[in-house]
Each structure stands twice: as structure tokens, then as C-alpha cells.
Write a protein that binds this ligand. Structure first.
Ligand code: ADP
Ligand code: MG
Length: 719
């Protein structure tokens, strides 16, 4: 360290680092590196293991290798394709290897400067012309006279760079920062946390990240830093969760309902555990056209218990397609309404909102409970009426899209907010609806498609979790088959056979674009083809997003009544339609749909006692899409499908469009680091058990760190 004196800190500018001058500092600035702290946390993109530099004689094709030798020749020539080919020869006395670049004349210039000198190169070794070995576009650097060879005989960090910034500049700055500053690093994790989770101290880990002793020490270092990232997030979520439990919420007097309601029967139906929700159970039974599954009953029980508690409910209900979340939501809504409050149910799309609306009208109308719809496409007059009904309290149940959280919307006494999440809302929208409530309303979030556990914990860690892990009885697992386009005739024949046996079929038209109009066109085309060419003798209906709600409902009703044999549809049927006699679904161009979406679609069949089939018609255009189709053939388990989807697509995609305020990690990866997330979650719970506000002196750095995490802003300020 040059004479910066005693007052240097991690905020010292990199230009004051030994071996880094203003010029290099400027280059580092391009990477966003300004201070010593920045460079210490600027981690390598990957590492080259140069601890074993092979002799060139021992080099084999097909492996990424680091080699060292004298640059004995550099030549440049034009190729027939009009490109510039640069070829250099590296020699270490045992053998030679060729280094090849295309169209990078500056590389030739650099190489010519050092011809005759020693360089180190890293790259994939391939067999070149005449069985000689070569590397294409290797990374390389000059071995300076004063460089210890030992410096290279190690695992070397390779940093992510931007144009004009050379590797050596970052390496030098990082090495210098570690040498002179790493002892200034204070560990936000206490001895106790480190010991309990078998983690290494921060300064050791930072050094290993930049200069690993071995792959194992690197793993330990990375593991600890990942843990730390997850720990901060989990602390925020758990604190948030505890905070909500300290708020004064609505205590719905569910157990006393029988006393409130005239003529209610005594607790004949009271659960064995002695609670007195018997009357409400009776009403739920009367309202629903089927017997609830054990899982549904359990989850409804959990929700009602939450609703009775004096603090606000904040619960996530997770359940596979067709597990019957609507009935669960309706039971929660019924409880809220019976206790004299309004309820709201928010869905991510208009179609889904309308579908929920129709379903809820069917359930609540006979009970004299008013259901209100709020969606963007309503006319000004319809909107005004809907808003009046919500604000005046006339509508006890309010269903809609995000129109529900738009500015002018007010509720008279909103006690329960149900959010059918489907991955499309974020924490922000959740909070927005909550803020429209009467004091602190209860919040119920439902996910229609299962999300892998790691994502659930990171995105919904502030929520209590209920899982509907049982499907309604009598459902046979759907058999799924992937067929190639040229097998279409056979597919059509199979469908015909099933229809002749008295069943019905869905045809889902290919997803052409996001545009409603294009989708409609595709559905109309398929409808035309099936009506006129394939099944002129059968009754074929059509359903798409541009139809009016009444028209849609009419077509669905015809299909339900079995006035139609086949329903051609866009993804509109992803939600809501429930026809047990429909036992086969043909999905055209299945490649174009996401895995989770296909699973969702498929959930429309397999609802009755007959064996159901899902036929995916698709070309496998690449290994990924082939893999996805195979997964669907192999399993009907939504959670497994969600895990696979996460592996193939990465977390950003699975959760849908990234909203602002979505969580990002520097090192942690939700696909691979799931187990660490689990440990961090347990650790966070443990820490907060002992120190619920992180107010102890030894936790001050942790608290500080949490406040620094910008992406957590959406998760509500940690006060
Ligand atoms: P999802 O969880 O996918 O939202 P739904 O709530 O749409 O599922 O329910 C799927 C279908 O299963 C609905 O049409 C509903 O009528 C039916 N269903 C739900 N629960 C039961 C049950 N306990 N017994 C029989 N059918 C049920
Ligand atoms: Mg649903």
C-alpha cells in the first residue's frame, strides 16, 4: 500500500492500490469498480486451473487446457471466405500447438510484439489440419520476465470484462486489494452463526474467491457467500412475516357465527378438535356441488383459523391444477362475508377474472350474496357502477384484474383479499390490494401452477404456506403422448374413436403470437379445417379470447351439455372449463407453449371417471423442446414439472416477466443452491428467535446489510 496513511478503508479508491495507477483505475471504472470494496466483491466469471500445466506432448483434443510455451511463429493470411486467419505456433520443447484466431487483426499485432517470448494460453483443444492440435480464439497472456512461474501454476481467476479492459488489470487490482485490505473486512456473520452453519470467515472467503487454493476451498468460499445472500433475504422475509403478526388485523368471529345467524343449527358439524365452526361448514357443504377433499378441508381450516386470529393473515395456498383452489377461496370468502366484511379476488387476466366471476356468481347468488366484476375492458358506465357497488358495500364479493387496485377504486369494508397469483403479480401488487383494505385485511395468495420449493421460499417466504396435495377423487392420471405432425391423421382417427364411444374432445390451436387477433385467426382456421375436412359429421364448436363473455359462456354451456363433440379453442380454456366427459385434448404445435402452461392446459381433461388422454402434436425443434415434451409424457406431477421447467428455463422465466422489485442475487442461483436456501431460512428463523428486531450489538452489521440490499425495497422497509 502506498502512503495513504492510517485512514484507509474499504472505501479507498482503487487508484491508490499498489500496482494500480489512475490509468488502470479508469479502466476499472468502466466495470463499475471504484473502491477497494467494489473490487473485492467483483468476482471471477470462471477459473482456469493452471495448477497443472501439461506438457504440450501430453495435450489431448476435446479438453479445455492451459498451456505454456514460446511463441515461435505468427502468421496472417486471408481465407477463401474473405476472412483473416491468424495462426501462431506455441512450442515448449516437447511439442507444438497451434493457436488460431479469425478476423482479429489486433491480436496479430499484439502477438507479433511478443514473438519469441513465453506466453500462457487457455482454450479448448481441438484436432486441426493434419492431426495437429490447435486452440481457436484462446485467452492468452504474456509471461513477464519478472513473473514468477509459480504465479501461473495455480487456479487463475477469469473476470467478466468489458471492451478495453484487460484481464491483468483486474487481476492485479484484486490481488493488491486482497493483500493490503482483506484484513479490514469485518464479518457481518457472528462467530455463532459461522459455527452453527459451518461457514468460513468472510476475509478467507473473499481471498479464496479471487485466489482459490483448490476447487474445494473455492466451493467453501462460494457456499458461504451464497448463504449470506440468502440469509439477508430470508431475514427480511421473516422479519416482514413477524411484523405482520404484530399488526392489528381483523379477527373474524367465525366461531361465533352460529350465534350471529338466526336459526343456525347447533354445532352438529363441529370438528372434533372442539372448535365451533360447524355452522359455517354446513353452509360450505350446502354451497358446493361436491364433497371437499381432505386436503381442501385441511386448508380451509387453516385459513379460517388465520382469519380468526387478531393479526392479519398472509397465506399462500399452493395446489396443482385441478386440486380445487376455487372452492377453497370461495370458502374463505364466504366466511368473510358472513362476518360482515367484503372480499376481493384478483386474477392476472381478464379471462381468468371473468371465469372466477361466473363461478362465484353460481355459488353465491343462491345465498343472496352479490358478486361484482371489475375488469379493464368494461365501459365507463359499467366501471362506474362496479366502483359504486364496491365503495358502497353493496357488492360483498369483488372479482377483477388489477383494475381492482387502480386508483379510484375504494371498498366499504374490505376484510379479505384473495390473489390468484399465477406468477404474474409481485409483492408490490399484493401490497397494493392490501392497502385498499379495512385496516389490515387478510391476504390469501393462490398459485395455480406449482412453483418449485426454492422459488416459493425466496419469493413467498413472508407467507405462511398451505398445500392442497390431493386431487378430487376418482381421477385417473392422464396419459400423455407426443406425436409428430406426420402422425396427425392417426391422432384424428383416435379422437374420432373416443367420440364414437361417447366422449368429447378439446383441440388447442397453436400459439402464434401474443396478439389476441392472431390467436383468434389461428383458432378459426383450425375450426374451419376440422369442421369441413376432418370431422364434417361431428359437432365442432369454437372458443377464443375475442368473443364476448356471454358468447363464451354460451359455447362452454353447449359443450357442457354435450351439444358439441369437439371444442376448438385458444388457451382460453387454460382456466375454468370443467367438463368431465371431455377425455381427450389435442394440443397443436405443443412446442410453442411453456411446460407449465401445457400442464395447466392438460388439467382440463382427466376430470371424470374415464381414462383421459393428452396428445401433443409437435416437431422437436431442439433438444430442450424434446426434453420438455418427454417430461410431460413421463409425469403428471405439477411440482416435478415445475422443477424441470426451472432447470430448463431458469428462474426469471418461470416466474414470468420480471417485475421491478424482483429479487436478484449476485452469486446465488435458485436452481443449484436450493439446499443452501433451506439452511439460510432455518438460520434466519433461529437468529430472529433470539433477537427479533436484530437490535443486539452483534447483529448491527447484519441489519445494516439488509438495509443495503436495493432489490429488497419492494419487500417493505425494515424499520
Ligand atoms: P384449480 O385448483 O386448478 O383452480 P379448480 O378450483 O378450478 O382447480 O377445480 C377444478 C375442478 O374440480 C373444478 O371444476 C371443481 O368443480 C372440481 N372440484 C374441486 N374440488 C372438488 C372436489 N372436492 N370434488 C370434486 N370436484 C371438485
Ligand atoms: Mg384455478
Amino acid at each position: 500500500m502506498s502512503g495513504a496513511g492510517a485512514n484507509y478503508s474499504l472505501d479507498t479508491e482503487v487508484q491508490f492500490l499498489k500496482g494500480v495507477g489512475p490509468k488502470t483505475a479508469m479502466l476499472l471504472g468502466k466495470l463499475g469498480i471504484k473502491t477497494v470494496r467494489d473490487i473485492l466483491w467483483f468476482f471471477p466469471r470462471r477459473y482456469d486451473d493452471r495448477s497443472k500445466l501439461p506438457q504440450l506432448l501430453m495435450l489431448r483434443a476435446g479438453e479445455a487446457q492451459t498451456v505454456r510455451g514460446r511463441l515461435v511463429d505468427v502468421s496472417t493470411r486471408g481465407t477463401r471466405g474473405g476472412k483473416v486467419l491468424i495462426r501462431a505456433i506455441l512450442d515448449d520443447g516437447t511439442s507444438q500447438v497451434g493457436l488460431v484466431w479469425f478476423n482479429q487483426p489486433w491480436v496479430a499485432r499484439e502477438l507479433q510484439k511478443v514473438q519469441g517470448g513465453e506466453i500462457v494460453a487457455f482454450g479448448m483443444v481441438k484436432e486441426g489440419q493434419g492431426r495437429s492440435l490447435e486452440m481457436t480464439s484462446p485467452e492468452w497472456e504474456v509471461l513477464d520476465e519478472d513473473d514468477e512461474v509459480g504465479d501461473f501454476a495455480r487456479i487463475t481467476p477469469v473476470y467478466p470484462l468489458t471492451e478495453g479492459v484487460p484481464q491483468w488489470a483486474v487481476r492485479k487490482a484484486a490481488a493488491s486489494a486482497i493483500e493490503y485490505f482483506s484484513r479490514l473486512l469485518e464479518d457481518p456473520l457472528t462467530e455463532e452463526i459461522l459455527r452453527a452453519n459451518r461457514l468460513k470467515p468472510l476475509s478467507w472467503c473473499i481471498k479464496q474467491m479471487h485466489q482459490p487454493d483448490s476447487p474445494d476451498t473455492l466451493d467453501l468460499a462460494r457456499g458461504r457467500l451464497v448463504f449470506e445472500e440468502f440469509l439477508y433475504l430470508q431475514l427480511v422475509l421473516q422479519m416482514r412475516r413477524n411484523e405482520v403478526k404484530q399488526e392489528v388485523g381483523i379477527s373474524f368471529p367465525i366461531s361465533q357465527l352460529e350465534h350471529l345467524l338466526p336459526g343456525a343449527s347447533p354445532s352438529l358439524f363441529a370438528a372434533a378438535d372442539g372448535d365451533h365452526k360447524g355452522d359455517l361448514w354446513t353452509q360450505v357443504h350446502a354451497m358446493l356441488p361436491f364433497e371437499l377433499t381432505g386436503a381442501q378441508k385441511r386448508v380451509i381450516g387453516e385459513i379460517w383459523q388465520d382469519m380468526e386470529r387478531p393479526y392479519p393473515m398472509n397465506r399462500l395456498v399452493q395446489g396443482d391444477v385441478g386440486s380445487g383452489k376455487t372452492a377453497v377461496a370461495a370458502s374463505a370468502i364466504l366466511a368473510a362475508v358472513k362476518c360482515g366484511y367484503q372480499a376481493a379476488m384478483m386474477a392476472p387476466t381478464e379471462i381468468l377474472a371473468e371465469q372466477h366471476y361466473l363461478n362465484l356468481v353460481k355459488l353465491f347468488d343462491p345465498l343472496g350474496i352479490t358478486v361484482n366484476l371489475m375488469v379493464g375492458k368494461q365501459t365507463a358506465k359499467q366501471k362506474r357502477t362496479a366502483m359504486e357497488k364496491a365503495a358502497g358495500g353493496e357488492a360483498q364479493v369483488n372479482v377483477g384484474t388489477h383494475a381492482l387496485i387502480s386508483e379510484g377504486v375504494k371498498f366499504h369494508k374490505l376484510g379479505l383479499a384473495v390473489i390468484d397469483e399465477q406468477h404474474r403479480f409481485g409483492v408490490v401488487q399484493r401490497m397494493a390490494l392490501r392497502q385498499k383494505g379495512f385496516g389490515h385485511p387478510d391476504v390469501l395468495v393462490m398459485t395455480a401452477t406449482p412453483i418449485p420449493r426454492t422459488l416459493t421460499m425466496s419469493l413467498y417466504g413472508d407467507l405462511d404456506l398451505s398445500v392442497i396435495d390431493e386431487l378430487p377423487p376418482g381421477r385417473k392420471p392422464i396419459k400423455t403422448h407426443w406425436k409428430k405432425p406426420w402422425d396427425r391423421d392417426k391422432v384424428y382417427a383416435t379422437v374420432r374413436t373416443l367420440i364414437q364411444e361417447g366422449r368429447q374432445a378439446y383441440f388447442v390451436c397453436p400459439m402464434i403470437s401474443e396478439s389476441d387477433k392472431m390467436q383468434t385467426q389461428a383458432a378459426e382456421d383450425l375450426h374451419y379445417r376440422l369442421t369441413h375436412e376432418t370431422y364434417p359429421d361431428l359437432r365442432v364448436g369454437l372458443l377464443h379470447g375475442q368473443m364476448k363473455p356471454a358468447e363464451k359462456e354460451e359455447v362452454m354451456e353447449q359443450f357442457r351439455r354435450h351439444d358439441l363433440d369437439i371444442l376448438v379453442s385458444t388457451v382460453v380454456i387454460e382456466v375454468g372449463v370443467d367438463v368431465p366427459n371431455a377425455t381427450v385434448m389435442v394440443i397443436e404445435d405443443a412446442n410453442r407453449f411453456g411446460l407449465a402452461q401445457l400442464h395447466q392446459l392438460r388439467g382440463r381433461v382427466g376430470r371424470g371417471s374415464h381414462q383421459s388422454f393428452c396428445i401433443l402434436v409437435a416437431d422437436a425443434t431442439n433438444p430442450d423442446s424434446e426434453k420438455r415434451l418427454r417430461i410431460l409424457e413421463e409425469t403428471t406431477n405439477g411440482f416435478k414439472i415445475a422443477e424441470e421447467d426451472l432447470k430448463i428455463r431458469g428462474p426469471g422465466d418461470v416466474v414470468g416477466t420480471r417485475q421491478s422489485g424482483e429479487i436478484e442475487f449476485q452469486l446465488a442461483n435458485l436452481v443449484d443452491d436450493g439446499p443452501v436456501l433451506e439452511t439460510a431460512r432455518q438460520a434466519a428463523i433461529g437468529i430472529l428467535d433470539r433477537d427479533k428486531n436484530l437490535s443486539r450489538p452483534e447483529h448491527q452489521m447484519l441489519l445494516q446489510k439488509i438495509r443495503e440490499q436495493r432489490s429488497y425495497e419492494a419487500l417493505i422497509v425494515v424499520s
